[in-house]
Write a protein that binds this ligand. Structure first.
Ligand SMILES: [Zn+2]
Length: 366
């Protein structure tokens, strides 16, 4: 029987190297990832590639053309960081290793840096995933499914439904009808009941890597609900016409029949039909994100749910890469994007205003 990829040497081939790494080696690694050369640098100010003047003590270079200073992280997502280069490589390694998401406190304890720094660093890694995601349409067999996240009311400590006559006595029958206080009938506080307003759907699509090999590429989009309009917009932009799309029996997926060869599995009865129809690859993604929600993060905020969905789509897509390639992909994403749009000055009050979702990706395509 073939060895599982998580048990192979490739799944642990980078940690020993990173743990022994010196600061110089870490800097050289980042330089090679960013510029593709251990000895030549590209000045981020003027774009000239050559061997610039080295300032050894400060670990920076002075541009031989425009005379301005820069380091290996200048003008990238990591611009202005205060961490050592080794800590950055270690952070990427730990981020890749935690397959169901890395909490801030865990990162903070592992790296010896504050949770605030970890939040910004993890936010920047997610920003790189969002900006580097491959939006080319999926083809072949595509599984599609939606899962609900964020707005789930907590179970009340004591779930006592007030009997109708007690409600009438306390609020007056007429008043109840007029003001409609469903949280009372559900035995919850109003605050708890209103958590439902944060409820969002993550609709994921996964293309097949061949029978028995799971998914090849995964994309995930945050929508307000699992509705036919959003399902159609996702399919039109991100699934090649003529592909085979498999979903569950949800009414929203009826919109797919026509342009796509659409099959559905009745989840009330079974998870796959004898003919091989299932949407298990998308269910796997949902399950991974759900484990992150319950097991690691203890809840998402709607404003940042798309960031987490992009992170988990990256994890799903790259799960079979070697450990080294996963870490290098994360670092490449951080070093090849410009300065952070959403996380620079986060603790000084510069927060992203908008909640990202499906429209963010659709706008990028137009
Ligand atoms: Zn220059």
């Amino acid at each position: 029987m073939a060895q599982h990829h998580l048990h192979s040497k490739e799944a642990r081939n980078f940690a020993p190297f990173v743990l022994r790494m010196s600061e110089n080696e870490a800097e050289n690694l980042l330089a090679e990832i960013r510029w593709g050369s251990p000895s030549m640098q590209v000045c981020p100010w003027c774009g000239v590639m050559r061997k610039h003047y080295r300032k050894h003590k400060r670990r920076r270079w002075c541009c031989a053309d425009c005379n301005r200073d820069f380091s290996v992280t200048s003008h990238s997502l990591l611009h202005g960081h205060k961490l050592s280069f080794k800590q950055l490589v270690l952070a990427a390694l730990m981020f890749a290793n935690k397959v169901k998401g890395s909490t801030l406190l865990l990162m903070s304890r592992d790296l010896g840096i504050t949770p605030k720094t970890c939040q910004v660093l993890a936010g920047k890694i997610r920003e790189s995933f969002l900006k580097n995601i491959d939006l080319a349409p999926l083809d072949g067999i595509v599984h599609m499914d939606g899962g609900y996240f964020c707005g789930k009311p907590r179970k009340p400590n004591c779930r006592i439904k007030m009997p109708a006559d007690a409600i009438a006595k306390r609020f007056g029958r007429k008043k109840i009808q007029n003001t409609a206080k469903p949280w009372i009938e559900a035995g919850m506080t109003r605050e708890n009941w209103e958590r439902r307003a944060d409820k969002r759907t993550v609709i994921s699509i996964c293309s097949s890597a061949g029978r028995g090999n799971g998914s090849a590429r995964t994309m995930a989009f945050v929508c307000r609900s699992e509705n036919a309009a959003d399902v159609k917009r996702i399919a039109e932009k991100f699934i090649t016409p003529g592909s085979i799309v498999m979903t569950d029996e949800g009414g929203a997926y009826g919109a797919l029949s026509g342009l796509w060869e659409h099959y559905w599995v009745p989840h009330a009865e079974r998870f796959s039909t004898p003919e091989g129809v299932s949407n298990n690859m998308a269910e796997t993604f949902n399950s991974r994100l759900r484990r992150g929600e319950y097991g690691a993060f203890h809840g998402f905020r709607p404003k940042y749910l798309q960031d987490y969905a992009a992170e988990f789509a990256w994890r799903e897509t790259n799960r079979k890469l070697s450990q080294r390639d996963q870490v290098l992909t994360i670092l490449r994403g951080l070093l090849t994007q410009g300065k952070s749009e959403w996380w620079r000055g986060y603790w000084q009050g510069h927060h992203r205003k908008e909640e990202l979702g499906l429209d963010y990706f659709l706008n990028r395509l137009t």
